[in-house]
Design a protein around this ligand. Structure first.
Ligand code: GLU
Length: 280
């Protein structure tokens, strides 16, 4: 079977070298195996996604010489798919509406922390007669979800079997008050719908795979193979981020960098001065 990989940026800022590295690895994985490399714009966060960043992503990838196959997909155009998935989980009694604000959750003395941040204390679980005309999110009932699938759930990550342990995430949000799907739901549904066989992405998204694997089991979706790569860090050893002043690809371009040289050196594992690779 020919592999299908994807680069799935959120258009909430300009791409930096870490994104370029990730896109390059996903691109090369597919190209080396005569597979397909897809581009999916993850633009369902209404507060943060911007059209100007989408155009900049295209420009950066073209400048780097990373051509994608087929039409670009936009999560904002696929909302009915996520609604269907949510409806299936709702019909199975595995999600519940949650009316809490961030402040309510933060104020909960018992809110422990899990791999994805504060674990929801379960305030709205089992509410009798919730008023769905009020703004609400939908949360996965983690205990019920785990009880409904055959465990252990596993995936192949970087060549070894990993057992999924999503319980520590608690009742994750699958649809937000302000967005009809969360990252976890949209990414899982899309990777399956687009036939992605191999997910090449940064190590920062390794933990989320525990939740994605559970959603795949609940929705009866195929399980791709995962390849989580090391993250680029700056001279201070920090993960590249706009807030730490990581230069954008656009800055490298206007600074006169040669994209062919840049990509060739990234392929050799050589990074520009001041950058290094963290742990895989
Ligand atoms: N959209 C996510 C991000 O930009 C990446 C999603 C993924 O690769 O699973 O961080």
């Amino acid at each position: 079977m020919q592999p299908v990989t994807r680069f799935a940026p959120s258009p909430t800022g300009r791409l930096h070298l870490g994104h370029a590295y990730s896109a390059l690895l996903a691109h090369d994985f597919a190209r080396a195996r005569d597979g397909a490399f897809l581009l999916r714009i993850e633009d369902i966060d209404p507060g943060r996604a911007r059209a100007e960043h989408v155009d900049a992503i295209f420009g950066d990838l073209i400048w780097l010489g990373l051509e994608w196959d087929g039409e670009v997909t936009y999560q904002s155009e696929r909302l009915p798919l996520y609604a269907d998935a949510l409806e299936r989980l709702r019909a199975a009694g595995l999600v519940y509406p949650c009316f809490c604000t961030r402040a309510d959750i933060a104020a909960s003395a018992s809110a422990p922390h899990g791999p994805g941040g504060a674990v929801y204390p379960g305030t709205c679980r089992g509410l009798a007669g919730p008023d769905l005309s009020l703004p609400h999110a939908w949360r996965l009932d983690m205990a019920a979800a785990l009880a409904s699938v055959a465990t252990p759930l596993a995936w192949i990550g970087n060549g070894v079997e990993v057992i999924a342990e999503p319980a520590a995430f608690g009742d994750v949000v699958l649809a937000r008050k302000d967005a009809p799907a969360s990252y976890h739901l949209a990414v899982t549904v899309d990777d399956a719908a687009q036939g992605v066989t191999d997910i090449v992405r940064g190590r920062d998204l390794f933990a989320a795979t525990h939740v994605h694997r559970l959603l795949q089991a609940l929705l009866g979706l195929p399980v791709p193979v995962y390849h989580h790569h090391a993250l680029l860090t700056d001279a201070q050893g920090r993960r590249l981020a706009k807030r730490h002043g990581a230069p954008a690809i656009a800055d490298l371009r206007t600074g006169g960098a040669d994209p062919a040289e840049l990509v060739a050196s990234l392929r050799r594992g050589e990074l520009p001065t001041g950058y290094s690779l963290g742990d895989a």
